[in-house]
Design a protein around this ligand. Structure first.
Ligand SMILES: Cc1cc2nc3c(=O)[nH]c(=O)nc-3n(C[C@H](O)[C@H](O)[C@H](O)COP(=O)(O)O)c2cc1C
Length: 211
């Protein structure tokens, strides 16, 4: 019963965010309109969170959907990659279990501890990538953001999703990364990232070309 309720709530969240006019496809023309600042020649960091194992619509995956997009951005920009890894791992054998934990963490505004760190002061442009979880970022992404001083940084969000696009996450990032200039983000469907990498790469590269 709990599982059915959770599934219904998830479907409602997808439909509501799609109807609200958020990005819900791989067409990111909207995402580029505010990206006149060139990132060429700037020191670039690509920070991301991504989850492997049982996931929505892609089965049991060895490389997370967002990780695939982060690699593409890293390759194209020459940026350094940093993966946000929670100290307490999320389950890999049950999508429903991750959904339940993520829901609770979001409700509690949890800040799960994360492994390692990177000196963001060494970089000018910081991409932040994450899967859309419950129309938000996974809570460990907030843990990372809140550990750092974002003054003067250019932040570029990107996410993978299954219908909700970025939801309101650009706004949440702008609120959390105080003093940063936050650009409009890129949203790619997780299933496209995982199963149609050529298409995903085209989407990523045409977005990056306009930066
Ligand atoms: C806990 C959880 C919550 C999710 N919530 C949403 C959601 O609200 N909207 C949506 O479009 N996709 C949602 N998804 C689907 C993921 O955003 C999508 O599968 C994503 O590509 C996963 O990326 P990853 O492999 O990098 O973790 C959710 C997935 C999980 C595991």
């Amino acid at each position: 019963m709990k599982k059915i309720l959770s599934l219904i709530t998830m479907i409602l969240a997808f439909v509501m965010t799609s109807c609200a006019g958020t990005t819900n496809s791989d067409n990111n023309s909207k995402a580029t309109e505010d990206m006149e600042t060139s990132i060429k020649g700037k020191k670039t960091l690509v920070v991301f969170f991504s989850h492997t194992g049982e996931n929505y619509g892609v089965g049991n995956i060895k490389e997370g959907n967002t990780h695939i997009i982060a690699d593409m951005i890293g390759e194209a920009t020459g940026g350094t990659l940093f993966e946000i890894v929670p100290e307490k791992d999320y389950p890999h054998n049950s999508y429903d279990a991750v959904v339940e934990i993520a829901k609770k963490e979001k409700e509690e505004k949890a800040r799960p501890a994360i492994k390692g760190d990177v000196k963001i002061e060494d970089y000018d442009v910081i991409f932040i990538g994450y899967p859309n979880w419950w129309s938000d970022m996974p809570m460990p992404v907030y843990t990372f953001i809140e550990k750092h001083d974002w003054n003067g940084k250019t932040v570029v969000p990107f996410c993978t999703h299954e219908g909700s696009g970025l939801s309101q996450t650009e706004k949440y990032i702008a609120e959390a990364c105080k003093g940063a200039s936050v650009k409009k983000g890129l949203a790619v469907k997780g299933t496209t990232a995982q199963n149609n990498r050529e298409q995903a790469k085209k989407t990523v590269n045409s977005w990056l070309e306009k930066l």
